[in-house]
Write a protein that binds this ligand. Sequence first.
Ligand code: SAH
Length: 364
Amino acid sequence: MRVVSRAECLINKLCGRGSLSKKELAYLLSRRISAGDERLLFRRADSLRGSHAGDGIIVRGIVEFSNICRNRCVYCGLNSGNVRLRRYCMTTEDILVCARTIYKSGIRSIVLQSGESASIRAEWLAEVIKRIKKLYPAAITISAGERSRSDYALWKKAGADRYLLKIETTCADLYRRLHPGMKLKTRLLCLRALKELGYQTGSGCITGLPGQTAESIAEDLLFFRRFGMGMISIGPFIPHPRTPLSACAPADTVSVLRAIALARLLNPCAHIPVTTALRRSSAREAYKALECGANVVMFSFTPAVFRRLYDLYPGRSKARFDAGRELDGLRAYAARTDRKLDFSRGDFNPLAQKSPVFKTGKFH
Ligand code: SAH
C-alpha cells in the first residue's frame, strides 16, 4: 500500500476545494515537503494554468518611466535615502517612442511603471495615456504606487485599463518595519479604490524578506484570492547594497516557485507573471516558473540610459535584458514546449473566476 504524505493530501484537497487554511498553505511552503511532493504541486499548478489560463505565454512590454521616489522602503534601491542614485523622469516623447517600439513588436499590452512621487503629475500622466491610446491601441497598465482616488479616476478616464500595486506583505508588523512612514491600510484602500473604479487590479508580494514567515506568505496568497486579483506578481527578495537590508540573505528560488504554484491553484484564471527578479539569475529559472503556474512575461523597453538607473535590486538592468533577444529566447522555449506566445491585450475576465469579494463586497 502506498503511503500518502500530508503534502499530497493537502495538494489534493486544494485542487478539490480550491482553497486551504493559512496553516495548510504554510505547510506546503515549508521545507518539510519532499522533492516528489514539490513536483506534484508544480504539475498540478501547471495543469490548472493550462485548463484555465490557456497555453499562451502572454507578452507585455514595460516602460520604467521614472525612478523618482519619496518612499524609504528598506529593500528597494529606489528608496529616497539612496542619494547617490541619479533620478530621471522620461519625457512624453521618450515614452511615446518606447510605446511605438512595443507596438511595432506586435505586443498589445503596455505597462508604465515608476517610483512614487508627487512630481509625477496626474494630469501629465493622463495626457501620456491618452496619446499612447490614440496612436497605439493596446491595453495600458499603470504601476505608479499610492495615489489619490481622483488621480486613479483621471487615469482610468484617460484610457488606463489596469493597475498594478504590490502589497509586498500583508503582515502589518512586517509591513511597518519594511516601509517607514507608510501604512498597510493605505495600500489596501488604494487597491479597493482601484477595483471600484473598474481597473483590472493586480498586486503581489516579495518572498524571502527578512523576518517573513511561511504563514505570512500564506496570508498574502489568501488575500489575493479574497480580493479576486486579476494579476499576481510574486518575486524573490534580492538584497541591494545601498539599502538597510544590504547584508541580508537573498530569497531561495524554490520558495518563490512554490508560492507561484499555490497562487495559481488558488486563482485559476489570474495572470501570473514571471517576475524580473526571478529572471535575473538564469533563464532556466524563469522558464521553470512558466511550468508551475505562471503565464506572463514582461520585457523592459526602457532605453538603456534610464534602465541602468531603474535600480530596484542588483542585476535588474543587465545588458542581457534586451527585449528583442529575450523575446527570441522565449519564442524558442515556447516552440520546444508546445506553447505559443500570446501578443494580445491579455485581459482578465473577473466573471470567469468566482471570488468571495464579488458576493460580500468585503476585501480583507
Ligand atoms: N512604486 C511602484 C512600483 C515599483 S517598484 C509601486 O509601489 O507599486 C516594483 C517592485 O519591485 C516593487 O513593488 C517590489 O515588489 C519590487 N522590489 C523592489 N525592491 C526589491 C528587492 N530588493 N527585491 C525584490 N523585489 C524588489
